[in-house]
Design a protein around this ligand. Structure first.
Ligand code: TXA
Ligand code: MG
Length: 322
């Protein structure tokens, strides 16, 4: 049976229950500023294995280890001046750093899926607190079935994963709404592996140099990027200027369209608000019985890059029927 706690009424009881579950090898769903994570003690092989099982996640796709801060991160990853400065500037926050994995740590081997690197992030709030009390990182992917939309509310987790989770902490809607930005730091270079909750241009402004883009070896450097993702049940039609009969609409900015099959990411055209609403509204439209979902054009600026990345993957996944 899943234990559900509302964090605004029952913070301490919920926190203690989640900590107890982590200590005894269980799974917890915890809100972060980006999306809800499905967490296990990252040093417990059996607990980490359960994450892969319940999500149906392929074993070659590594997990992010959530830490209480840079000190814990440095027990597992090799940090140079560049990765340290990025952590100092953007942690706690929606930035994941992929760095070389230290030899002979107690991290469960499935966390890094056999790669010579480890993904580390200090999120804002409860997850980092839990890692601090546990004295170990928390391995946590987004708390959804592999390939499906990421959860930004506790009920998304319950609907998708239900009884497979021991404790669910309900912290309401996630503040950012898209997953963390992933940067790989290697030999003094910073490479953007995934657009996310911190705009790439903000990181570039901090570094004073452009980020390198992508990778020629995704199977080695970013295995998760190869997979179908964010698939709603309905087909998605991007950059739509108008809707067809029976089509649902995910609007952005002012529109005259209205009705039960219309959601607006942000009436005022605010890109941060759009990111917060993205996954929840896609899920709602997916349940309307429409033939497909038309999506207005979304500007590429700020979090728009991450929104468009997720929408493109959603459109591809639904085309593939996966
Ligand atoms: O905001 C987030 O990042 C959320 C919250 C819960 O922290 N987590 C999340 O995890 O989005 P997940 O598993 O859905 O996505 C993590 C991505 C995957 O694409 C995975 O392949 C990649 O991070 N990743 C993990 N370790 C890696 C590594 N060593 N090298 C390259 N990519 C890695
Ligand atoms: Mg995910």
């Amino acid at each position: 049976m899943v234990q559900l706690f509302n964090m605004s009424h029952d913070y301490e009881t919920g926190f203690d229950a989640a900590l107890a579950a982590l200590r005894s090898g269980g799974l917890v769903a915890v809100p972060t500023e980006t999306v809800y994570g499905l967490g296990a003690n990252a040093t417990d092989d059996n607990a980490v294995e359960k994450i892969f099982q319940i999500k149906g996640r392929p074993g070659f796709n590594p997990l992010i280890a959530h830490v209480s801060g840079l000190q814990m991160a440095e027990r597992y990853g090799v940090f140079d001046a560049l990765s340290r400065s990025l952590a100092a500037a953007f942690w706690p926050g929606p930035l994941t750093l992929v760095v070389e994995l230290k030899p002979h740590t107690n991290i469960a081997s499935a966390v890094c899926a056999g790669l010579p690197t480890i993904a580390l992030r200090q999120p804002r709030g409860t997850m980092a607190e839990l890692a601090s009390h546990l004295g170990a990182p928390i391995a946590a992917p987004s708390a959804n079935t592999s390939g499906r939309l990421s959860p930004t509310r506790a009920n998304h987790v319950l609907d998708d994963l239900g009884d497979g989770v021991d404790v669910v902490l309900d912290g309401g809607s996630c503040m950012i709404g898209v997953e963390s930005t992933i940067i790989k730091v290697h030999e003094g270079n910073a490479t953007l592996l995934r657009e996310g909750g911190i705009a790439a241009e903000d990181i570039e402004a901090f570094l004073g140099i452009p980020l390198l883009q992508g990778t020629d070896k995704p199977e080695v450097e970013a295995p998760g990027m190869l997979l179908a993702h964010y698939a709603p049940k309905l087909p998605i039609r991007l950059n739509a200027k108008s809707t067809k009969p029976d089509e649902a609409l995910l609007a952005f900015g002012t529109t005259t369209s209205a009705g039960p099959k219309v959601r607006n990411l942000s009436v005022t055209g605010n890109i941060d608000e759009a990111a917060r609403n993205l996954f929840a509204m896609l899920k709602e439209l997916d349940a309307t019985g429409a033939t497909s979902i038309a999506v207005h054009p979304i500007p590429e600026t700020g979090l728009g890059a991450a929104i468009n990345d997720r929408l493109k993957r959603a459109a591809q996944s639904s085309e593939n029927g996966s």
